[in-house]
Design a protein around this ligand. Structure first.
Ligand code: BDR
Ligand code: CA
Length: 302
């Protein structure tokens, strides 16, 4: 069984590793990448998405979306991802120009497929998905489910005491997506911090004969250089790849059904997850070593 997926993303070092993982998984068929402002501004997340596809020799569309959060000013994560979003790792230029209108493209793609077939894999702020719900809710309701990296449940946040970047960058969008009642699984920091790459994984990837595996090594190495409040420097959590690993191997994760809402307070406090009315399935546990082993298998694969 191959699941058709749309990846909504703000690459982003860990987004790049996640996209490479998805492209190499025979369980997933990536229909296209839609981009959003998040880790860095939209023009660069879009260019990076094209560069990642060029590296992987893949030809699906890249479609740019929202260049800012729904209501608040953007804040970026260049301290983690570098000014270019890829930690200075040079990837080949995009093979084709990106399209525009991610929301329209997602809606058309959902209508072109049977209802309940496509999964939306969300690796950045939820702005594009909130706009899809606002502009074409019927199309949005054709998704099978959304799997999104975001939030922190029983863990400290990474941009505020309880706030995680993707939620905090556009809390109003996350709240709108939670409130829509679509089938949604959230992969929070509680889980992603348990799937960590260290020097051994970098060395294994760097020794590969494959250019994309060596690029993954360089990306993870660059991630080591970044600052990310309180993270152990000897290894780095691979946040966004966990979405792909969940999509391919959900048995590696333990989920709970929770009721949540998103704190809409000012920046940095905003974005914390609160108990609330919206049903959300949340990954609470992961077999970190098996998840990392699966990721390595994918990144090393032809
Ligand atoms: C999330 O924030 C971004 O910086 C990463 O790409 C990931 O999506 C982790 O909090
Ligand atoms: Ca991301």
């Amino acid at each position: 069984m191959t699941t058709p997926v749309i990846i909504d993303t703000d690459p982003g070092i860990d987004d790049a590793v996640a996209i490479l993982c998805a492209l190499k998984s025979s369980a997933l068929r990536v229909l296209g990448l839609t981009t959003v402002a998040g880790n860095i501004p939209l023009a660069r997340t879009t260019e990076n998405a094209g560069r990642i596809l060029a590296l992987a020799g893949a030809d699906m569309p890249v479609v740019s979306g929202a260049d800012r959060p729904l209501v608040r000013a953007p804040f970026a994560a260049t301290d983690v991802h570098g000014g270019d979003g890829l930690g200075g790792v040079a990837l080949p230029p995009p093979r084709a120009p990106a399209r525009t209108d991610a929301v329209g493209w997602i809606a058309r793609t959902l209508r072109d497929h049977p209802e309940g077939q496509i999964d939306l894999l969300v690796l950045g702020p939820m702005t594009n998905i909130a706009l899809l719900l606002r502009e074409d809710e019927d199309a949005a309701r054709r998704v099978r489910r959304i799997v999104a990296m975001g939030g922190a449940i029983a863990e400290p946040g990474n941009v505020g005491p309880r706030a995680e970047f993707n939620m905090a960058a556009d809390p109003e969008a996350a709240e709108a997506v939670f409130a829509a009642g679509l089938r949604l699984t959230l992969i929070p920091l509680d889980v992603t911090r348990k799937v960590r790459a260290g020097p051994c994984e970098v060395a294994e990837l760097a020794a590969s004969l494959r250019e994309d595996a060596r690029a993954a090594a360089a990306l993870i190495e660059a991630y080591f250089q970044s600052t990310d409040g309180g993270e152990i420097p000897a290894s780095r959590p691979l946040h966004d790849p966990c979405v792909m690993l969940f999509e391919e191997a959900p048995a590696l994760f333990g989920c709970e059904d929770m009721h949540l809402s998103v704190d809409l307070s000012p920046p940095r406090a905003g974005g914390a997850l609160l108990e609330g009315p919206h049903p959300v399935r949340v990954a609470r546990r992961v077999d970190g070593s098996r998840a990392l082993a699966l990721l390595m298998e994918r990144l090393m694969a032809p």
